[in-house]
Write a protein that binds this ligand. Structure first.
Ligand code: ASP
Length: 338
């Protein structure tokens, strides 16, 4: 027993040493080299980006601008997410997001690339761009997820300013809500506009991101699916990516985005995989009053989206060929069960 424990402690110390745990994390961290995961090179000019909801149109524009400036799929994701996070009129992402029931705006975000690297932050306050913080967690720390005060501390160490996120508009909405304080974990179209983004660049590299202020008037401390790798987002560089919007509790219980990608691995198209992941929810819980929508991008460039109820849409931007203009289109997702 003692030797088992000693072995464990030795192993733990070795792992901690590898991760640098115990040291203060101010230095850029270098990922160990990855082997065996090589992006497929697709035809020049085949980049594609898809993002949830109406704001996905502008997000995709920003993504393609980043691509055209020499960026990667990851840069497309970060640029698109940052644009939506900056919109103080939007009530569901970044500044301007509706607060929790105590009046705090708390943000969740994550990002993932074709190599399976992932970064995430949750329950973050006063940070304007949680997507960039998540990317920093991914690229410059040995960790995948930072939460709350620790994530905020890391933001300050990176020089990100303290940004109050509760706008007058959101505060007024919260004060109106407090008149009844009628929290129902029912997601309707006004308060579930998380942005989930998926992109593939001209080199065939996939990336994804998800950023949100979460469900309006949630309990303080509640974290949804959006920063959870496998729930709100999953990317496998050889298969495709998926992201979710809607009631996070339903997505987390079914590990939805991971499920979508695994279904694609088994041969389902992006559309079929989203459909099947929605059926998994429909089969496992009452869904009259809850909405979930999945969006997927296959390695083949195909996009699919499906939701429990009507109302979920997504933006799709794709080049029509080298040098040709980008085709932008907003699509109403299919919905419902078998
Ligand atoms: N999925 C988010 C959450 O549960 C909500 C949303 O999609 O806006 O926090």
């Amino acid at each position: 027993m003692a030797s088992t424990r000693r072995t464990f402690l030795t192993q733990a110390a070795a792992i901690a040493g590898t991760l640098g745990i115990g040291a203060r994390w101010n230095q850029a961290w270098t990922h160990p080299p990855r082997v065996g995961i090589n992006p497929v090179v697709v035809e020049e000019g085949q980049a594609v980006m898809t993002s949830t909801w109406n704001h996905g149109m502008l997000a995709n524009d920003a993504g393609f601008q980043a691509l055209d400036a020499g960026g990667s799929a990851l840069d497309m994701i970060e640029a698109g997410a940052r644009l939506v996070e900056s919109d103080a009129e939007g009530l569901s992402v970044g500044i301007g997001g509706l607060p929790d029931r105590d009046g705090n705006v708390t943000l969740d975000a994550c990002i993932m690339d074709h190599r399976g690297d992932a970064g995430s932050v949750c329950f973050v306050q006063d940070v304007a761009h949680p997507i960039s913080l998540a990317r920093n967690v991914m690229e410059n720390t040995p960790h995948v997820m930072l939460a709350g005060a620790g994530a905020e501390q890391y933001a300050r160490e990176l020089g990100m300013p303290v940004t109050p996120l509760l706008t007058e508009q959101a505060q007024l909405a919260w004060e109106r809500w407090k008149e009844t304080s009628n929290y129902q974990p029912i997601i309707n179209i006004e308060n579930h506009d998380t942005i989930g983004l998926l992109a593939m660049d001209d080199q065939g590299r996939l990336a994804g991101g998800c950023t949100t202020s979460g469900v309006a008037y949630k309990m303080h401390g509640r974290v949804g699916d959006s920063p959870i790798i496998g729930a709100g987002l999953y990317v496998d560089g050889d298969i495709g990516g998926a992201t979710a919007t809607g009631l996070g509790e339903a997505v987390m219980r079914t590990v939805g985005s991971f499920l979508v990608v695994e279904l694609m691995r088994q041969g389902a198209s992006a559309q079929e995989a989203c459909f099947e992941a929605v059926q998994r929810i429909i089969r496992s819980m009452p869904t009259e009053d809850l909405q979930v929508g999945y969006l997927a991008l296959g390695k083949d460039g195909q996009i699919g989206g499906h939701a429990i109820h009507s109302g979920f849409n997504y933006a799709q931007h794709q080049r029509s060929g080298t040098g040709a203009p980008i085709e932008s289109v907003l699509i109403d997702a299919s919905y419902g069960g078998r």
